[in-house]
Design a protein around this ligand. Structure first.
Ligand code: ARG
Length: 465
């Protein structure tokens, strides 16, 4: 069909003012129902609260309210069963539901929109939708965190090399490393809780932009819908989407963390590292190379991080040029926001599932530790305790490391006499500090890697949960 074929003007709610019908191309270009219908529950919830308020305030009758409630019950059933017919001609989720309501209950349906505009309606729907999504996300984040704490607990005393510059630096415990991941997610959860507060305000009552002439009760609607308060300026209420931007920023940071975790899992699964195994159900094979086992899930999570960053940028850009109040531009807020919600929801779900399937490989972790002179700092600290200034100790140990390297051994394998050639302060007791366990146990303060501290941190985390 020619995209410019006109539709009949009479089917639009605003047809009265128009002398020429909208072309099909314009209809497709301006409609949002294909993606905003996912907010149908929030739309109906908002409408029911609004209708209840209208009846309480005597703006519509009790019979009208009863009709609206009855109609909405039927509509919920139709949408849930898939019988509801969504129409592009009716542009968006709001007009689709309102039209159906009017078909079902007549004039009461036409009275629902009294004192309201789609501008405050859509702002309310998005806020409700986002609030519901944040609550789901917090549950998933909690499950992910529990999985991380369980893994940290299993490996609380498992030594591994800690890295800086991706070079072996000092011994740490595997549990300590996993707890670093946990801490990242803890701040993520705080950020989402914070976004929720500013999202959880009621725009309804702002109407198109200036408020409404009816004696409405916004506080009542806010309480009905579980909002913590009302948006206090009608222009701002219908126009700003900063809460959605904040959400995408929090989502971007969460994905940044998950991407870093993913990068480590990918490296650690490589046989050159061989630090972990990931359960087969999270990996895939290759269609050509029979030996392959690829860490697809972490790789994809790393990749999907980019699209969430993109959504943040899209929303920031969407808002930057908009004069007050509502502009149709705002309809473009939904797809990025929804995709950000979907992406982090799926990613968290799969990570909460996958982490219990990650197992450490203690032998390989210890081998890696033996190859990097990881206890060199401990030797320097030992010399400092014996009275040598730190810079001198650093130099002496540097020479010892070079010698060990030449011999192809680790520091504790150098004979005592040889170690003493670098500093006469070195005694028999040096071997206790050169062991991995000695190194770990000595970092025994809050935030340190000692197994005792790892267990204490896990206990505190479980207490908070
Ligand atoms: N579908 C629109 C949106 O998502 C709803 C609000 C429409 N308002 C208007 N004045 N055309 O933003």
């Amino acid at each position: 069909m020619n995209p410019d074929t006109p539709s009949t003007p009479s089917q639009y709610t605003w047809a009265g003012r128009f002398s020429e019908p909208m072309s099909d191309l314009v209809k497709r270009y301006t409609a949002s129902v294909d993606f905003d219908k996912r907010m149908w529950r929030q739309d109906i919830r908002g409408s029911l609260a609004h209708a209840k308020m209208l009846a309480r305030q005597g703006i519509i009758s009790a019979e009208d309210l009863a009709d609206i409630q009855r109609g909405m019950v039927q509509i919920v059933g139709e949408i849930e069963s898939g019988a509801f017919e969504w129409s592009l001609d009716l542009e968006d989720v709001h007009l689709n539901i309102e039209k159906r309501l009017t078909t079902l209950v007549g004039d009461a349906g036409k009275r629902l929109h009294t004192g309201r505009s789609r501008n405050d309606q859509v702002a309310t729907d998005i806020r409700l939708y986002l609030r519901d999504s944040i609550d789901d996300i917090q549950i998933l984040l909690g499950q992910f965190q529990t999985a991380l704490l369980d893994l940290a607990e299993r490996e609380a005393a498992t030594p591994m090399p800690g890295f800086t510059h991706l070079q072996v630096a000092q011994p740490i415990t595997f549990g300590h490393h996993v707890l670093a991941w946990y801490e990242m997610t803890r701040r993520d959860a705080e950020r989402f809780a914070d976004v929720r507060k500013r999202t959880n305000r009621l725009p309804l009552g702002a109407a198109a932009l200036a408020g409404t002439t009816y004696p409405i009760d916004r506080e009542f609607v806010a309480a009905e819908l579980g909002f913590e308060g009302v948006c206090e300026n009608s222009l701002d209420a219908v126009s700003d989407r900063d809460f959605a931007i904040e959400f995408c920023a929090a989502a971007a940071l969460l994905m940044m963390h998950i991407s870093r975790i993913s990068e480590e899992l990918v490296l650690w699964m490589n046989p050159r590292f061989g630090f972990v195994k990931i359960a087969d159900r999270f990996c895939t094979g290759s269609s050509i190379m029979p030996q392959k086992k690829n860490p697809d899930v972490p790789e994809l999570a790393r990749g999907k991080t980019g699209r969430v960053y993109g959504h943040l940028t899209a929303l920031l850009t969407l808002m930057k040029g908009q004069p007050l109040a509502y502009n149709k531009d705002n309809q473009e807020d939904k797809e990025p926001l929804f995709d950000a919600v979907d992406t982090i929801t799926d990613t968290l779900r799969i990570f909460a599932d996958m982490i219990p399937g990650v197992t450490a490989r203690p032998e390989n972790l210890r081998d890696a530790l033996r190859q990097g002179f990881a206890t060199a700092t401990d030797l320097a600290d030992y010399l400092v305790r014996k009275g040598l200034p730190f810079r001198d100790a650093h130099e002496a140990v540097g020479l010892a490391v070079r010698r060990a390297e030449e011999r192809g051994v680790d520091l504790p394998q150098l004979p005592l006499a040889e170690l003493q050639s670098f500093s006469p302060m070195i005694g028999e007791d040096v071997f206790a500090v050169l062991t991995v366990e000695g190194s770990l146990d000595s970092r025994n303060h809050i935030g340190g890697t000692a197994p005792e501290q790892v267990r204490a941190a896990i206990a505190r985390a479980r207490q908070r949960a």
